[in-house]
Design a protein around this ligand. Structure first.
Ligand SMILES: *[C@@H]1O[C@H](CO)[C@@H](O)[C@H](O)[C@H]1NC(C)=O
Ligand SMILES: *[C@@H]1O[C@H](CO)[C@@H](O)[C@H](O)[C@H]1NC(C)=O
Length: 362
């Protein structure tokens, strides 16, 4: 089909309009519960919010902010389409990293940044009538580490999580700031040791634990790839699943999906040739949360005994191809083999070659 220049112009305008979130990011400054480290509470409530909405807690990387993760990911736009609420916590320290090391943050209701985030979730359930059985979390880098931390210290609050380029729960434990031993992948433990550490985060807890989706690049030189292997050991032990199979080139070329058990509790993605960080794959995350797709209809707890069929693979596709024109937000894909979208990055970012399959706005 041929488009006139005018039609193409209109099409481009429509695409730009549809990628900007319709409502705005608000800060909650009222007392929302215990928040000992003063984590900032930002929330996106779409105009079309559903009754009893699902909630996604979306956590930024070091040096990032709530605002940066709001504008650099597609979750707010997807919230406009699906009616869920997004919480964007803002790290209180000047470096913008989350506290993933203190005993308080690693322990249920004991303090640290994790308690402030837990309070935001509880407040959102009571104030906005959010559905306590559909609370999800995700993050990039430091936010991915915090996803691991919350899965250990608040397994009662979250039903599922997705972590892009993080480290296991407890891996940074005890360090005052950066833990190079963990970051470089030299902190190796057995599955049992990691699992015991997680279980000690909420002693006596016997309820359900969040299903987890992990993503990591094989050439990550900030948080080495070994951290994915350690996460696999940790969570397969905690969730009681063992490795079943690999699906190559899923959801993108050179990504391998590693399925544990029947694929409803733990899945990991290894991205060959990808560094720090793996780009956010929002549509795969939404499928994992059960907001879209057929793996978890309704987004409820992972009690399904139905093993995922081949539809799993087709449901888990990259969202980046949606950006057929217009401006790509920071962290988005802007080039690579089979990329058909625009190569124009949002102001302040440049299209940077990562590998043959991937260039990213950085
Ligand atoms: C696939 O599975 C095996 C387990 O046999 C694992 O050792 C390997 O690292 C996996 N491959 C990839 C690319 O992740
Ligand atoms: C992806 O896989 C293809 C086929 O094995 C290979 O030629 C290519 O170099 C890989 N890309 C990266 C970045 O590893």
């Amino acid at each position: 089909m041929r488009f006139s220049t005018l039609t193409r112009g209109l099409l481009a305008l429509t695409l730009i309009a549809s990628t900007a979130a319709a409502a705005s990011l608000q800060q909650i400054t009222t007392n929302f519960g215990s928040n000992p480290t003063n984590v900032g509470f930002y929330i996106y409530i779409p105009a079309s919010v559903t009754a009893n909405p699902a909630v996604i807690v979306a956590m930024h990387y070091c040096t990032g902010t709530a605002q940066a993760y709001f504008s650099g990911t597609q979750y707010a736009t997807l919230a406009d389409q699906h009616g869920f609420i997004v919480i964007y916590p803002n790290a209180p320290t000047s470096g913008g990293c989350w506290d993933v090391a203190s005993t308080a943050t690693l322990t249920h209701n004991a303090g640290g940044d994790s308690l402030g985030i837990a309070s935001m979730v509880r407040y959102t359930i009571s104030t906005y009538g959010a559905d306590a059985s559909r609370i999800f979390m995700t993050g990039t880098s430091s936010g991915a580490m915090m996803t691991n931390v919350l899965a250990g210290s608040y397994p009662d609050l979250f039903v599922a999580g997705a972590a892009f380029s993080g480290v296991p729960y407890g891996c940074f434990a005890g360090s005052s700031a950066w833990n190079s031993q963990c970051a470089t992948g030299e902190l190796i433990k057995t599955a049992q040791e990691w699992g015991d550490e997680v279980r000690a985060g909420y002693p006596g807890y016997t309820g359900a634990r969040p299903r987890l989706q992990m993503w990591h690049g094989t050439v990550d030189t900030t948080l080495y790839y070994q951290n994915l292997i350690e996460e696999n050991k940790e969570w397969s032990n905690v969730l009681g699943v063992t490795w079943t199979k690999n699906n190559t080139n899923t959801p993108d070329p050179n990504y391998t999906q590693m399925i544990y058990g029947d694929g409803t509790k733990y899945v990991a993605y290894s991205a060959v040739g990808v560094g720090h960080t793996v780009p956010v794959h929002e549509s795969a995350v939404l499928d994992w949360f059960g907001i879209t797709g057929s793996l978890f209809p309704g987004g409820g707890t992972s009690t399904s005994s139905t093993a995922p069929t081949s539809t799993t693979t087709t449901a888990v596709t990259s969202t980046t191809s949606a950006a057929a024109g217009g401006t790509i937000p920071k962290w988005g894909q802007c080039g690579g083999i089979s990329w058909t979208g625009s190569g124009t990055c949002a102001a302040g970012s440049t299209c940077t070659y990562s590998n043959a399959y991937y260039s990213q706005c950085l």
